[in-house]
Design a binder for this molecule. Sequence first.
Ligand SMILES: NC(=O)c1ccc[n+]([C@@H]2O[C@H](COP(=O)([O-])OP(=O)(O)OC[C@H]3O[C@@H](n4cnc5c(N)ncnc54)[C@H](O)[C@@H]3O)[C@@H](O)[C@H]2O)c1
Length: 448
Amino acid sequence: MENKRRSFIKKLGIAGATAAILPTAFAGEAKNTSFLIRNLSKPGNDPIRIALIGAGGMGVADANTALQHENVHLVAVCDLYDGRLQDAKNRWGSDIFTTKDYTQVLDRKDVDAVIIGTPDHWHKKISVDALKAGKHVYCEKPLVHSVEEGQEVIKAWERSGKVFMVGSQGMSSLGNEKARELLASGAIGDINYAEGFWARNSPIGAWQYPIPADASPQTVDWKRFIEPTTKRPFDKERFFRWRNYTDYGTGMSGDLFVHLFSSLHFITNSLGPNKIAAMGGLRFWEDGREVPDVLIGMFDYPDSEQHPGFNLSLRCNFVDGTSGSTFLKIVGNKGSMDIGWNDVLLKQNDAPEMEDPFMKEKAAEAQTSQSDRKQILPPNETHFKAEKGYKGAHYDHFANFFHAIRTGGTVGQDPVFGFRAAAPALLCNDSYRENKFIQWDPVKMRRI
Ligand SMILES: NC(=O)c1ccc[n+]([C@@H]2O[C@H](COP(=O)([O-])OP(=O)(O)OC[C@H]3O[C@@H](n4cnc5c(N)ncnc54)[C@H](O)[C@@H]3O)[C@@H](O)[C@H]2O)c1
């Protein structure tokens, strides 16, 4: 294991990582705070002209974040609903070109890069067409709607020579970078377990979004919306609450678990799990949805060159009246890390608290034979926090995207990485529907 960890550190290029993370932080009290600092090399400043395809909640957030970067300009917006196109003009200026046909955006010579913020069932087709049209692509997660679509995007990207970033922004955060460095340095020993969960308990949290009063076949291009999937008559619930339906969305796992896979794979350098199991049910939100509102996923990560074998447990509850969410916890034999995008709480435990009365009795017996002189205890919690003014993961993710475009470089969350993060999430749905464990080859990226 020790050798494996050393080779992992070498691979990450974190020279002297142990020394780097443990200077004054562990010298004193039981809880320490240390500040994380963003250290991006300064990119060039060539203008980058972007277009947004899919101008709903996330597309607008993406475009606004992109526009915070120097010399980035929005020239076109595509959406299938009139209201969103009008909003785009109100928000970004009436000279923005708007259309319901994304191919008109791809035909424009003045567009260098597109942001794809459509529902999941359109990600593959628009990504492939955009790459063929010579555009750089920022595509929202999950990369694809089904595992079968993954290779086509990867091949199109490899042929294109363009930068392609998938939109799980957490991975570009200071918090994720620190966790990766801490794990490689041995701060929690060898990973053996990880977990994450989301607790929601509101209609919006459970995807019951408001439907505009003017939603109709006149204001919505329904024909285009269903083009890649089952033909049906116009249905405004399906259009505005697409996450609830399997033709368009990818359920709780495709929507939320996928973020965790991106972060976890980045922090551990993992290629992914080889065994996947999911259970769940529709417990409350019986509004015609086709996906569960409580979902648990379990994953086996095999012993590999990158890390020792470990298990991952993920859950999501949209009727959760008890607890808050935990984004990502990674547990090793010497401690654990609670990992956020802006912070990491490192806990280093010599031995976990014992609840078991028999074990407590045995421990007390062992104590009596030792000297009762008190000892100096090492600190067991260190809180790494982003400095005040940190612009956050989303900003950093776009910084990495634009940096790669301007320098001819690469990004971490490319289609291969993005597919390896999306696949176990999508296979959760398969496991739930097929009622069985799913075997996945994370190296060759195919279901066994
Ligand atoms: N990275 C994140 O944190 C994050 C957060 C939320 C959503 N997302 C992702 O962003 C995507 C969009 O989610 P959302 O919540 O913004 O949904 P949304 O319904 O608010 O917006 C989707 C928009 O896409 C438009 N659209 C649909 N098909 C289109 C097409 N063929 N061409 C052009 N426009 C089309 C719709 O009219 C709608 O306005 C999803 O893939 C989702 O998983 C990512």
